[in-house]
Design a protein around this ligand. Sequence first.
Ligand code: C2O
Ligand code: CU
Ligand code: CU
Length: 500
Amino acid sequence: MNRRSFLLAGAAMLSPLRPAAAQQPGHSMHGMSGMDMGGGHVPAAIPALPEGAFLPDLPRLANRSQQAGVFEAELTAAPASASFVPGLATPILAYNGIAPGPVIEVFEGDRVSITFRNRLPDQESTIHWHGLPVPADQDGNPKSPVRAGDERTYSFELPIGSAGTYWYHPHPHGKTASQVYRGLAGAFVVKATDDPIPATYGDTLLVFTDLRLAPVGTMPESTMADLMNGRVGDHVLVNGQKNPVLTVAQGELRRLRLLNATNARFLRLSLAGANITLIGSDGGLLETPVADVDELFLAPAERLEIVARFDRPGTVSLRTLAYDRGWMGPNRPDEAGMDLLTVRVTEGLASSQPSLPGRLRPIRDLGQPAVTRRFVFTETMSMSAGGMEMGFLINGAAFDMNRVDVASKAGQVELWEIANQADMDHPFHLHGTQFQIVERESEGRVTKPAFRALKDTVNVRRGETVRILLRQDLPGPRMYHCHILEHEDLGMMGLVNVEA
Ligand code: C2O
Ligand code: CU
Ligand code: CU
């Protein structure tokens, strides 16, 4: 066994699982385990979804512009109907009628202009361009909601060097989670003008979403358990299908982009029987490929790019592995052993392909930080007249969009220390820029990443501290938050104002 175990989230997985952090006196969360948290969607009633269809290629958003270097399109968010189970209609929310939404595919250097029409009944929304370096007033953050019935155009230019796998989703404060699990999310791929990955590898996008269906085919409202843990569905879909089939030739090299677009599901995946090379993370390609990876990890909102080779004919499954993300209360879902995608490897060697270059691109060294900031994630629980109340806090406060939590300066290199003193993992996300992980600390042990990567989301395990280095180049207000969307809605978010 000379393959190395790999986790983009870092070497934290190598340390023994940490017991839950000490409880605050009077706020026992474990006291809840005996209570009915209302998490009981009865497993026997889960409708079965058809499996084994060919992996659908997600439709691309059509470019209305004829001009070179310009991408112009429209996205309308509206109620729609989907048929996950034959004979059952499921009311969903969709961009241009489909969920996941159409894939936006542009080139770095392009000028993008997308008109968003909010046709959601009675709900504000926005489109947030997750991970992309767009101006603060085009970022679709909760400070600029689009009211029901209204529209607005988002315009931005994507700089050279921004090629990568991103996504878009709503970001209205307090409503993000329900709009996303009902179907509003899509991939945003920025292609490089000079791509070092051979074109013969193809470019296959795998968008993971999560679905829970009631026996009648509707999506049940979220329960208390969903609000606490983040909503985890009963089915994981890839490009909208349960366990679809991808066919490849024996020995063929394939480029795959993985996007975790679920509200709250941590994906620890194996593809036993395939040879995997990691080539990219949230913000695009790594400096050099990382060969012989045997495990992939995507916290909610994370992306990975890999090159996979399948040497033996037959079938190979992309399967979930157990991962303990700290579950509150009963009904912890059994997330291991699910086949998310079946790869059918046909017999007969593939025609020869160019090999992967040894160097992909340089990632700049940000240098020494001018300031260090600390962000502490905590959970609180209290009893109120309305029942139990959970608080999800950063530095002791819940989000207030009229409060500036941090004043920063454009162009300034900063070290951010994110300390998770809560009982669950919280994937940290920052708007406006890509950061680099400096180190992770858990139980006094410090681990440095094995390679440099651009990230906009990083899982911070319970009890862990992650240090990141970043620089915001564009002025304006930016959000940082936990990307378990229910936690974000409940206030685990802050605002950094970047001064010019
Ligand atoms: Cu993907 Cu502030 O979010
Ligand atoms: Cu974002
Ligand atoms: Cu969280």
